[in-house]
Ligand binder design. Structure first.
Ligand SMILES: [Zn+2]
Ligand SMILES: [Zn+2]
Ligand SMILES: [Zn+2]
Length: 342
């Protein structure tokens, strides 16, 4: 089972390596990845932020530092405080829309905190009645603020443009959530699969808005030659209705699970770039040594995560492609910050 999971992950990662869609989707944040990685490691202190809201609790765990879901008053369960938790799991994403505004300072000496302060000081979101669901620091001069509706986003963007002279604000391209259909027969065409999702699963979908979309992004290796996993990009109502369910696809009933929009490089195990454009040293996803994960001679030994090793984190042993890795969780959260889940 574990082995099968490993194969699946490697297949997904391999496919992602050649998937232009994913790359384009992450274009926004990928430009300064190295810089961010270093900076975040340096500033492994809390960066939880709240705009005009209650005082932010500073998480102790650096892994929770980058993405801060805000205004979620947690009834003081102290024992949970130090537990690492997913900064932006899909469950969290599900509950809050992400109509995102990318706010950026042209001055490289500014930090993302400076950008947030600029907005705080000049834009009164309370008076304007703008709900901000999430504030995410992308890199030192960039911040994403996610609003609850297109109207609020427009208002926030306008206000920033008028009131803040030192930062720019623009909407990010709204990205659709992804699901993975596990084990679909490969004889079906993309078109047939897309059609099947809608036409054979009305019991789950109910009546959908007319502009609902299902688009095949790629197929990843399945357990046999005949079946593959299919990654789809779907409209938020479809994602909501089908993720975690089983879908009728042709003569099959297949699991539909949430798919992270994050790209992990299967060559160096870094994030937000493809192996084809990777300039880093090759790292095994299982043992962190310098060889291809697929030919790892240390499969039977305890895994070691190259990203945690680099960051000198001493955590439960896990492979570099594990979703338990703080780096994976951090980048997953950032990637999801611009996805419209509802
Ligand atoms: Zn790489
Ligand atoms: Zn290895
Ligand atoms: Zn790790």
């Amino acid at each position: 089972m574990k082995e099968a999971r490993h194969e699946e992950v490697m297949a997904i990662m391999h496919e992602q390596g050649t998937a232009l869609d994913t790359e384009v989707a992450l274009n926004e944040i990928k430009e300064q990845i190295k810089e961010v990685q270093t900076k975040i490691q340096e500033n492994a202190k809390a960066t939880s932020v709240v705009v005009n809201g209650p005082k932010a609790k500073k998480p102790d765990d650096p892994s929770t530092a980058t993405v801060a879901p805000i205004a979620e008053p947690k009834s003081g369960n102290q024992s949970n405080k130090n537990k690492p938790r997913r900064p932006s799991s899909y469950a969290e994403a599900l509950s809050k829309p992400n109509y995102a505004v990318l706010i950026e300072s042209a001055d490289p000496r500014k930090t993302s905190d400076d950008v947030i302060n600029q907005v705080k000081q000049n834009v009164n979101v309370i008076d304007l009645g703008i709900g901000v669901n999430r504030v995410t620091k992308i890199r030192n001069q960039k911040v994403i603020m996610a609003c609850g509706s297109q109207e609020e986003r427009r208002a926030l963007q306008e206000a920033i443009r008028q009131k803040c002279t030192q930062v720019s604000a623009r909407s990010t391209r709204d990205r659709l959530p992804q699901i993975r259909l596990v084990g679909v027969v490969n004889s079906l065409t993309d078109e047939q699969i897309e059609k099947a999702v809608i036409s054979q699963n009305r019991h789950l979908l109910g009546s959908l808005p007319p502009n609902s979309q299902v688009r095949t992004l790629r197929r990843t290796k399945g357990r046999t030659q005949e079946i593959k996993n299919v990654i789809l990009e779907v409209s938020p109502p479809i994602w909501k209705a089908v993720q975690g369910q089983k879908l009728h696809i042709g003569l099959q009933l297949v699991p539909a699970v949430d798919q992270s929009p994050l790209t992990q490089c299967y060559k160096c195990m870094g994030y937000n770039h493809r192996a084809a454009e990777c300039n880093e040293q090759i790292r095994c996803g299982h043992c962190a040594q310098e060889h291809d994960t697929r030919v790892c001679p240390n499969r039977n030994l305890t895994p070691q995560c190259s990203n945690c090793k680099k960051a000198k984190r001493d955590l439960e042993p896990h492979p570099a492609y594990s979703q338990d890795c703080p780096d994976w969780q951090k980048w997953d959260g950032i990637a999801r910050a611009a996805v419209l889940y509802c």
